[in-house]
Design a protein around this ligand. Structure first.
Ligand code: ATP
Length: 271
């Protein structure tokens, strides 16, 4: 989504502010729910704690997540307003490479929000979008929210479901339906993070493009290699290490806060 902005090119927090502008524009266009703005704020706070970068731990989780998608019988990528507004092109690219359909699933459902999300996804190149009101649906019994309604040929039939920016209830419900859940959540302590099978502790704006890159790379690998990547990934361990990453970063900063003054603009990836 293109956003008109007056943020100066050399502003030290340009990337973060641009992302914020994108979410606000998504809200104006009815793609993002008002509660989505608050969820974004919580994400920003955790992003600050990890230094607004993709950690090696997140990259390891991304690799395992992509391998699980490529191995899946019927993978599905769940889409909500925030992800649609932030990374529509990457969602479509990942969906095509991994043959995982996109399915709209909204906590704050409104017909105009569904329509706005379809428009954005179609503009980004999506050929099919599941979970819309004209589609056959099924119900996840463990859930009482709007999100209980899923597409009969999508999440209902899926073995692997990617849930970027999820609420914990739904992750638990998907787990109790026997799904393998891949989450993207900047908060390593959220219920989503702890119930998912693979949690990518990273911002969707960095994680999704990297997932696309890994999908192109891993698609060429033998099944055996992909199985080994998934088998050797331990989510609890990765989350624990992600929390330790934050605590040791804060420890270091507490000893010398001046390093933050020399910091590159947020979002610049160290290579
Ligand atoms: P849970 O129910 O899983 O404990 P929660 O109550 O925090 O989590 P929500 O407020 O519905 O759930 O979801 C927002 C979550 O999404 C937060 O954990 C937040 O850190 C995360 N989040 C927000 N924006 C982003 C983003 N751009 N990239 C990754 N994660 C994000």
């Amino acid at each position: 989504m293109t956003v008109e902005t007056e943020i100066p090119a050399d502003h030290p927090r340009k990337v973060s502010l641009l992302i914020r502008d994108t979410i606000i524009a998504g809200h104006t266009d009815h793609v993002v729910a008002t509660a989505g703005l608050l969820a974004h704020g919580r994400g920003e706070a955790f992003d600050y704690l990890i230094g607004e970068q993709t950690t090696q731990l997140a990259e390891k989780a991304i690799k395992a997540a992509v391998a699980s998608l490529l191995l899946a019988r019927h993978p599905v990528i769940s889409v909500n307003g925030n992800t649609c507004s932030l990374v529509p092109n990457d969602l479509v690219a990942l969906s095509e490479i991994t043959r995982a359909p996109l399915e709209i699933n909204l906590f704050y459902y409104r017909e105009d929000r569904e329509d706005a999300i379809i428009r954005v996804l179609r503009t980004a190149g999506a050929k099919a979008v599941l979970g819309t009101r004209d589609r056959p649906s099924a119900t996840i019994p463990e859930l009482s929210s709007n999100r209980r309604k899923v597409d009969s040929e999508g999440i209902w039939a899926a073995d692997v479901v990617v849930v970027p920016l999820e609420d914990g209830d739904r992750t638990e419900a998907l787990k109790s339906e026997g799904k393998f859940v891949v989450a993207i959540d900047l908060n390593p302590m959220s219920r989503t993070a702890i119930y998912a099978d693979i949690t990518i502790v990273d911002n969707v704006v960095r994680a999704l493009p990297l997932m696309v890159k890994y999908a192109l790379k891993l698609k060429k690998k033998p099944k055996r290699e992909l199985q080994e990547i998934v088998r050797s990934f331990n989510n609890d361990q990765n989350l624990g290490q992600s929390i330790r990453f934050i605590t040791s970063r804060l420890e270091e900063l507490s000893r010398d806060i001046s390093v933050l003054r020399q910091k590159k603009p947020a979002g610049v990836r160290e290579s």
